[in-house]
Write a protein that binds this ligand. Structure first.
Ligand SMILES: Nc1nc2c(c(=O)[nH]1)N[C@H]1C(S)=C(S)[C@@H](COP(=O)(O)OP(=O)(O)OC[C@H]3O[C@@H](n4cnc5c(=O)[nH]c(N)nc54)[C@H](O)[C@@H]3O)O[C@H]1N2
Ligand SMILES: Nc1nc2c(c(=O)[nH]1)N[C@H]1C(S)=C(S)[C@@H](COP(=O)(O)OP(=O)(O)OC[C@H]3O[C@@H](n4cnc5c(=O)[nH]c(N)nc54)[C@H](O)[C@@H]3O)O[C@H]1N2
Ligand code: SF4
Ligand SMILES: [Mo]
Length: 669
């Protein structure tokens, strides 16, 4: 008899969708959305509708492996878990004796978002004294930009979008990356709201809105400042709201806005001045404009400033004061669960060095005192997703680097491992999930037994702790007991009733801590247009990094609806929907280079050269080229993926990645 079990989508996505998994004879045979989930309401994206194909993929790793060929060649032999753990612990003891524990570097990110499995390694590496990883590849510049203006003010309730009369999907490909925001925006549309998208090329989201505005990469501050210039000039400011809620509008008005006329800013962002004029007027005249801000526009040398500048807009027109008005960058529910009980910073006896995950290439090839002698990768695929792939691979090829990769699949990174450990999928382990697009949370149990010898992240760290000879009782707790540590007590986010429902596996809504849209949690209590604590006290136009690089085309390493970063390439159907690793280029740019549709092209800059299949399309404006998805090397025309073209440079705030801040040239290959 098939059994239906509730579960949660574990992937790095704002939504943490509720799932219903049908299990028969120990196998997951189908997965669908949970119609009773209060937010996700049964809707799933195309990636997850056949999740059982990922879980039961013939490509799943099911036994530990030891490298037998040269590094990166992919030749391995099976070994037992005992042997794998003993080999790792022996090597680490040796490295610690010769170089100290900081020579060991963990590398993990967001293969699973579950609070236990995602954070499972922290306690272990803290006790070991390993280098710490600065996990900033995604969008820390977004938080930094928000913080500079809004302090600790929490996000508004995202469902307010449905009450808006003008929804702006700004730098977010919501149709692919945030399907519930898209659904709610469309519901607002049905009630009469207009929908805009502001992007750098025509994404699926642009096809689903009333109007799409395409701007030059990294130039959103120019557009926002020009709109503010018009709003002030046309006397469309909400002066009452500003007087009561904003600090430093006068300074912005006197020092910055005069130099930001639509004509001046048109040259920067590429939109005609009259279009900027119209956008400003319509934005200011809307009853309750709602900006849903994405992450793409933050991955530039000026990314934090971009977020800060755009975030001034709802304050200038008083949109915050109206239901459905404001700007939403994502929720943060950090206080809801005592994560310290899992990550155990108290296990650290010193404060080891911090290594940026965006600079793994340099860490592996340049760091000394001590050099990185061992890399332990879990739920991440840095050989594919980290910037400056050539530097990363030079590091991974080092014969003296001892690399362990704990994975579900033989990823590009696992190919370079000395030891590969098989990981469970989310259906094979329990966890507790929260999300960053709303305020829901849910605990789930394993729906099926682990495949073959696969083990979950937490189990592996318990084995490694035992292998290191530690007696610490913490490493004898089960994953369920860790979940219970996260659920102890109650707090303003969740009372005893909500906590009990969580224990039962029900999806629940957490209660955001303050009344958003009224209390500005900044030092002054106001929205700080002027913030003297910042290097840049006022929002202004800053250049991107790539503007100085000198290659003629801006490259956008964007996302596809049919994969999530480098995940899901194991599903043949999803992969075939993406066809192949394409470079999207405008006909004009192709013609001047004598390139034709379908040919293999070499795309290059100072960091590397990557082969793509050229796709000529009017979706991309001149001067910009786009590729979607982070392909596995096995499926691409050359031996390098898109990140051989991206750099290790960091954002202006938050030390984030600058994956979109790239220039290239393209020629026939
Ligand atoms: N299907 C799918 N879903 C995903 C992911 C995936 O890979 N595939 N990834 C997940 C992860 S980890 C994340 S962080 C989120 C990210 O999801 P989003 O917040 O949507 O971020 P991105 O897709 O990186 O970028 C959003 C859009 O910004 C555009 N963009 C790039 N530069 C600029 C700019 O300078 N200005 C403007 N206005 N737009 C710009 C890009 O073209 C893109 O369409 O999605 C998550 N969901
Ligand atoms: N060119 C380009 N580069 C990008 C991006 C882009 O859009 N374009 N996006 C960037 C962004 S926003 C992000 S967040 C990063 C994401 O980078 P990563 O967090 O590395 O994400 P994935 O590529 O999805 O790789 C996750 C891996 O975890 C494995 N995994 C899943 N569950 C488990 C588990 O429970 N245990 C273990 N041990 N393994 C598991 C999966 O098999 C998968 O190989 O990539 C960044 N890099
Ligand atoms: S990837 Fe995102 S949209 Fe798709 S099922 Fe998972 S949480 Fe939902
Ligand atoms: Mo991300």
């Amino acid at each position: 008899m098939p059994v239906i079990t509730r579960s949660v989508c574990p992937f790095d996505c704002p939504d943490a969708c509720g799932l219903l998994v049908t299990v028969e004879n120990g196998r997951a045979i189908s997965v669908c959305g949970d119609p009773e989930h209060p937010v996700t309401r049964g809707l799933l994206c195309p990636k997850m509708v056949h999740y059982q194909q990922t879980v039961h993929s013939p490509r799943r790793l099911t036994t530990p492996l030891r490298r037998i060929g040269i590094k990166g060649a992919g030749a391995f032999e099976p070994i037992s878990w005992d042997e794998a753990v003993a080999t790792i612990c022996d090597r680490w003891q040796h490295i610690i004796a010769n170089h100290k524990a900081e020579a060991i570097l963990p590398y993990s990110y967001a293969g699973t978002m579950g609070l236990v499995q995602r954070n499972a390694g922290h306690a272990f590496f803290h006790k070991l004294g390993a280098s710490r990883l600065e996990r900033t590849i995604c969008s820390p510049a977004k938080e930094a930009g928000w913080h500079a203006l809004m302090g600790d003010t929490p996000a508004l309730e995202p469902a307010e979008i449905e009450e808006s009369d003008l929804v702006i999907l700004w730098g977010i490909n919501a149709a692919a990356t945030s399907i519930h925001s898209m659904r709610d925006a469309q519901s607002a549309h049905r009630k009469g709201a207009r929908l805009w998208a502001i992007d750098t090329y025509r994404t699926p989201t642009c096809e689903a809105v009333d109007e799409a505005f395409l701007i030059r990469p990294g130039s959103d501050s120019a557009l926002a400042l020009a709109m503010l210039h018009v709003i002030e000039r046309e006397e469309l400011l909400d002066r009452e709201f500003i007087a009561a809620n904003v600090l430093g509008f006068e300074e912005l008005s006197a020092q910055i806005l005069p130099g930001c006329s639509p004509i001046q800013m048109s040259e920067v962002c590429g939109l005609p001045a009259e279009v900027i004029e119209r956008m400003a007027q319509e934005y200011a005249r809307a009853k309750a404009a709602f900006i849903r801000l994405g992450s793409g526009l933050t991955r530039y040398g000026n990314g934090a400033m971009t977020v800060r500048t755009i975030s001034c807009m709802p304050a200038a027109v008083g949109a915050w004061a109206k239901p459905g008005g404001g700007i939403f960058i994502g929720t943060s529910t950090g206080g809801a669960f005592p994560l310290q009980s899992v990550i155990r910073e108290d296990f650290m006896t010193t404060l080891p060095r911090l290594v940026s995950m965006n600079q793994l290439g340099s860490a592996l090839t340049e760091l000394d005192d001590p050099p990185v002698m061992s890399l332990y990768v879990y739920h991440s695929n840095p050989a594919a997703i980290a910037p400056d792939q050539n530097a990363v691979i030079r590091g991974l090829e080092r014969e003296d680097l001892f690399t362990v990769v704990h994975e579900r699949f033989m990823t590009d990174t696992a190919h370079y491992a000395d030891i590969v450990l098989p990981a469970t999928s989310s259906l094979e382990h329990p966890d507790l999930y929260r999300c960053y697009g709303s305020y829901h949370a849910q605990r789930c149990s394993a729906a099926i037994q682990p495949l073959g010898g696969a083990k979950n992240n937490w189990e592996v760290f318990c084995l490694l702790a035992a292998g290191m000879g530690w007696n610490e009782p913490f490493f004898r707790l089960s994953a369920e007991e860790l979940i219970e540590l996260l659920l102890v007590g109650e707090n303003p986010w969740r009372d005893s009733e909500v906590t009990e429902r969580l224990r039962q596996g029900e999806p629940v809504m957490l209660t955001p801590l303050t009344e958003p849209k009224k209390d500005w949690l900044t030092p002054s209590g106001k929205i700080e247009f002027l913030n003297k604590k910042e290097v840049e006290p006022l929002p202004r136009l800053l250049p991107t990094h790539a503007e100085r690089d000198g290659y003629p085309l801006r490259l956008q390493p964007s996302v596809t609806p049919f994969a999530l970063n480098s995940s899901f390439y194991e599903q043949d159907d999803l992969r075939s929907k993406q066809k192949c690793m394409e470079l999207l280029m405008n006909r004009f740019d192709a013609d001047v280079r004598g390139l034709v549709d379908g040919q293999i092209v070499a795309t290059f800059n100072d960091l590397g050269s990557v082969r793509f299949t050229l796709r000529i399309t009017e979706r991309v404006p001149t001067g910009t080229v786009v590729t979607e998805g982070v392909w596995w090397r096995e499926f691409i025309p050359g031996d390098r993926g898109v990140n051989a073209l991206t750099s290790q440079r960091l954002t202006d705030g938050g030390r984030g990645s600058t994956l979109y801040d790239v220039t290239v040239e393209v020629r026939g290959a």
